[in-house]
Design a protein around this ligand. Structure first.
Ligand SMILES: Nc1ncnc2c1ncn2[C@@H]1O[C@H](COP(=O)(O)OP(=O)(O)OP(=O)(O)O)[C@@H](O)[C@H]1O
Ligand code: NI
Length: 307
């Protein structure tokens, strides 16, 4: 496997009025060329923060440590101008809050055509047709009419699909998809899933999928990192982890998933400003031992657990 995105001991802290949020703690993961990797975990565990760190779009006051090596370059060392080139040509992101991705003063169609023209030499009318084809591919109804509309005239689900069309126009080496299907109804969801699948296969695009929907992860990814309270607690091939989850948190997630989310994990995830001592999962862990209260476990064979 050729590794081309290597996140190495990423730490992100966000100072807030109620204390420092330790949103990402020693997060390490590698993504190979054309590989699909999922980051999964409950709300607030730090998934989006990792994605924003890769894009260098973290809040201005964020304090980061660690490295993100993309194609041999540490992204943290690039200038803002170089980073814009990365974002325009190499890494595309489908955002959890899609409205922020489009400029409100231009029509969605014009923004898509612009993206097409950055990557292909073509006339504006040819770019328009390509943009309309992309809009059709992502199931935007009446694309010719929608082409001339502004982002605020789109529904949330439609903006989400337009953003996927935008990512497709960029033909990135890495696509980061942060909850790409949450705003979609069931039919559109399965359409978008197969679209992402075809797209990453066609262009050998690597995928970093961020989701709490394990079903989506199973459909799209080969590898997975399970996050809890800012840390990766288990990682490996998705097939292995699905068959035999090792970390009690992964086990609980899998259990909740296989019971159609009707069996939520007991207890609450900790505040990232007030992490418990020892293993951050210990207050919710059925198998906790004395050491779990006291010492934070190291990673052993891909699992961060004392058991
Ligand atoms: N701009 C910010 N300032 C301060 N804290 C923040 C900021 N953005 C996120 N956080 C905090 O960082 C932590 C991680 O947030 P993040 O958005 O990465 O979670 P997530 O795993 O993506 O959750 P979700 O599944 O709900 O999207 C949370 O505790 C969140 O409250
Ligand atoms: Ni998120």
């Amino acid at each position: 496997m050729v590794i081309f995105c290597d996140i190495n001991n990423l730490n992100v802290s966000l100072p807030t009025a109620s204390g420092v949020v330790q949103a990402s703690r020693d997060v390490s993961l590698t993504i190979g060329k054309g590989e699909a990797h999922c980051i999964a975990g409950e709300s607030g565990c730090g998934k989006t923060i990792v994605a924003l760190a890769i894009m260098r779009l973290l809040p201005k006051n964020a304090i980061t440590r660690g490295k993100i090596i993309f194609n041999g370059t540490n992204l943290f060392h690039l200038s803002e101008k170089e980073m814009r080139d990365i974002r325009g040509n190499h890494i595309a992101m489908v955002f959890e809050q899609p409205q922020s991705c489009f400029n409100p003063v231009y029509t969605v169609g014009d923004q898509l055509s612009e993206a097409v023209r950055i990557h292909e030499r073509c006339s504006s009318s040819a770019a328009r047709e390509k943009a309309i084809t992309l809009m059709t591919q992502v199931n935007i109804p009446d694309p010719r009419k929608r082409y001339d509309q502004y982002p605020h005239e789109y529904s949330g689900g439609m903006v989400q699909r337009a953003m996927i069309a935008m990512a497709m126009a960029l033909k990135p080496a890495l696509l980061i998809a942060d909850e790409p299907t949450t705003a979609l109804d069931v039919t559109t969801r399965s359409h978008v899933v197969s679209l992402i699948k075809t797209f990453v296969a066609e262009f050998n695009t690597a995928l970093l999928l961020i989701t709490h929907d394990l079903g989506l992860a199973f459909q799209l990814c080969e590898n997975i990192s399970i996050m809890y309270a800012g840390r990766i607690v288990e990682s490996g091939q998705i097939e292995d982890i699905q068959k035999m989850p090792q970390h009690p948190y992964t086990q609980a997630l899998m259990h909740a998933f296989s019971n159609d989310a009707s069996a939520p994990i007991g207890g609450m995830a900790p505040e990232l400003t007030k992490l418990p001592t020892g293993c951050p999962f210990h207050p919710r862990c059925k198998n906790r031992m004395r050491i779990c209260h006291e010492v934070e476990p190291q990673v052993k064979n891909g699992v961060r657990c004392h058991l």
